[in-house]
Design a protein around this ligand. Sequence first.
Ligand code: T4K
Length: 371
Amino acid sequence: MKNKPILVTQPFLPPLEEFQEYLKEIWDSKWLTNNGKFHQELEKALCEYLGVKYISLFSNGTLALITALQELKITGEVITTPFSFVATTHALWWNNIKPVFVDIESKTMNLDPEKIEAAITPKTTAIMPVHVYGNPCNIDAIQKIAKTYGLKVIYDAAHAFGVKKNNISILNYGDLSILSFHATKVFHTFEGGAIVCHDELTKNRIDNLKNFGFENGEVVSPGINAKMNELQAAMGLLQLKYIDTAILKRKEIAETYIRELKNINGISVIDDIADVRHSYSYFPILIDKEEFGKTRDEVFNELAAHQIHGRKYFYPLISQFPTYKGLDSARPGLMPIAEKIAEEVLCLPIFPDIGFEIIQKICKIIKENKQ
Ligand code: T4K
């Protein structure tokens, strides 16, 4: 019998009966969207779970990013990372902002604060780093630069649901942080997203912006429609019920991968960072072709031949896509670390119900490929 394909991720789904109870209530009330009951409950529950003051729910993470830039009235140039999902840069482009790519650190694969200052020009208005795979950026160094040059900081925290540093949510740093609740994320609402902010006035403005700019029947800003509906919010409430168990299972999977793969010459894994509560949204490895004896693509293909489908997140770099490669900051050779990592990275399957025998099988295939 043919093996069932193992994908890089699979959404966690709560028992169907539990979702049906929410559906019944939605059907009975005939209230489907526009700041409904479940929407309000989810905002409250998320503030509590995440340890943040204010959250505005969105229909997806990309619209949350686009709206965050609108809220802060960001213009001109924004310094960002090429090592992310393309939505990070698209959000700038949709706001008519020029992305300026800066290289990443090899350890965390996040924007390298030491390289930011050289990219600042009179047109720079903000920095948009990404907590890639949920590993926190160097928040203090970025904040220091932002303060010195009067720049805003918008964190793309799409991968960082539930991540804490020294017991404080990393969503509390920067001017705004955005989350994605896409089906492929640790916590999902089918599609969805959010902006985390630090004061009530900002939350009100963001809530207006995502609702056509309406406030008490008046249009007070040129808004968009980016509202989360009641079905999405209901899924979010149910996800929250299971999230700690789901993260714990992910942690055990990550620990198994680390144990099995850590000492293989040519394979690098990212260890847990001290004082960080991780949520294990992805499990990236780096394959050094000289030391391992095979390229990342060869390992990727070998796994695929066994019906195991990892993903090359994030290859190509955003700066290598035809849409962006014409930018000055995208020139080949300018970001050697990001260029190297994009060639070596492979995200292995990780999701709560994957099963340890599958993890063992994946590690065995990788080990057998070592030359
Ligand atoms: N910023 C960052 C840093 C991001 O990573 C993202 C999104 C965003 C911003 C934007 O947030 P959203 O607007 O998406 O909320 C996926 C996701 O679509 C995307 O949300 C995510 N990042 C990105 C890293 O990955 P694809 O094109 O790789 O997705 P896809 O459909 O190939 O799915 C990946 C795997 O998941 C497949 O092997 C199948 C499995 N899958 C997928 C879906 C949709 C399922 O098992 N069930 C499903 O329903 O982009």
